[in-house]
Write a protein that binds this ligand. Structure first.
Ligand code: HEM
Length: 103
């Protein structure tokens, strides 16, 4: 069963551009990680101050292995080197109960 982990980032208006620039230059390490299925950076449009970083995996184990890996550290090098663009972060996790994707 697929597993979804969403990082909820609180981003002040003056840091949005910085955050999006960092993601545009992201390492791409996750793309090559075992069990990785999908990633999306979701920009808020109706007044919220939270961006969602959506990730989907083939299992919870794959997500937890990535979190503990060098790939995760490399994937956060910019945030580590220059300080976070976000003022807060929390992780929501889900099992995919049902899915339909039109291809
Ligand atoms: C304090 C917690 C976190 C903050 C402030 C944060 C912020 C960021 C930022 C600014 C980037 C842009 C790339 C860079 O910094 O080099 C990034 C990359 C990324 N983050 Fe996070 N992040 C956090 C934790 C997490 C967690 C728990 C997840 C999983 C749900 C996640 C998912 C991702 C993904 C998928 C990328 C792209 C990595 C790649 O391309 O290899 N982040 N994050």
């Amino acid at each position: 069963m697929s597993f979804v982990a969403i990082n909820v980032l609180t981003v002040p208006p003056d840091m949005r551009e910085t955050l999006e620039r960092r993601f545009a230059a992201r390492a791409g390490e996750i793309d090559r990680t075992d069990g990785f299925e999908a990633f999306e950076l979701l920009r808020p449009v109706t007044g919220q101050d939270s961006y969602l970083v959506y990730t989907r995996w083939d299992s919870r184990d794959s997500f937890e292995s990535w979190m503990a890996s060098d790939a995760f550290t490399k994937g956060h090098a910019q945030a580590g080197a220059h300080g976070p663009a976000a003022t807060g972060a929390s992780v929501w996790t889900f099992e995919v109960a049902e899915r339909k994707e039109r291809v």
